[in-house]
Design a protein around this ligand. Sequence first.
Ligand SMILES: [Fe+2]
Length: 229
Amino acid sequence: MHSEQHQDVYESVTAILCDARGGVDNNVLPTNLLLADSPDELLALRAPDKNISIFSWAAPTELREAVASRMPADLITGRWRVPKHASETLLELVDDQVTRSIMAGLLPAIAAYSQLVHGTHLEVSLEHTREQPCPLFHVDRLSYRLLCTFRGPGTQWLDDRFVHRRFLGKGSNQRIVRYGANIYEVDRFDVCVLKGESVPGGYRRGIVHRSPPVSPCDGTRWYLRIDCP
Ligand SMILES: [Fe+2]
């Protein structure tokens, strides 16, 4: 596990950004987190007490280096709609070899995600940004969303025990986040599936999360998002 002390001036609280993986005492992990050892374990996110699952995809070093060394303008972006039971067709839609290797590596996780959702098609987006489109902590009004960041910082999320849900949607992170809370950040190439509030019984139980700020030294953030409306 890596972690760092981080003075978050915007929030006026001290936050610790960390990934929540190997070598961590399970007793201190947020209870709403499901750490999946295999793509199929992502399905356990159906459990009512879990609202985020993370699977560490062992992306090859060469692939990570190829992504890190690319000019931001050369990072592929696009939107595709594919039948959820034929997600391998994504490989035919992308010309770029690096992007295709990423898609191929993620197919098992995408297949697991497809079993979680009820729609017939996946809406797949590859995007890059220097912005923080959702700076406020919030919940999504959908069932499940898959995210994987390949470059720059990953999605930030909170332990349910440190959230004041009554302040969601009211424009103040300081009120949402209890003082002293850890702000967790999904590591690069880790697949996370977020549970929104549209799942049965999901009202007031969705994962509280936000887009990460992108610092000048990060340059850009490049990520995959999959929804199934
Ligand atoms: Fe969101």
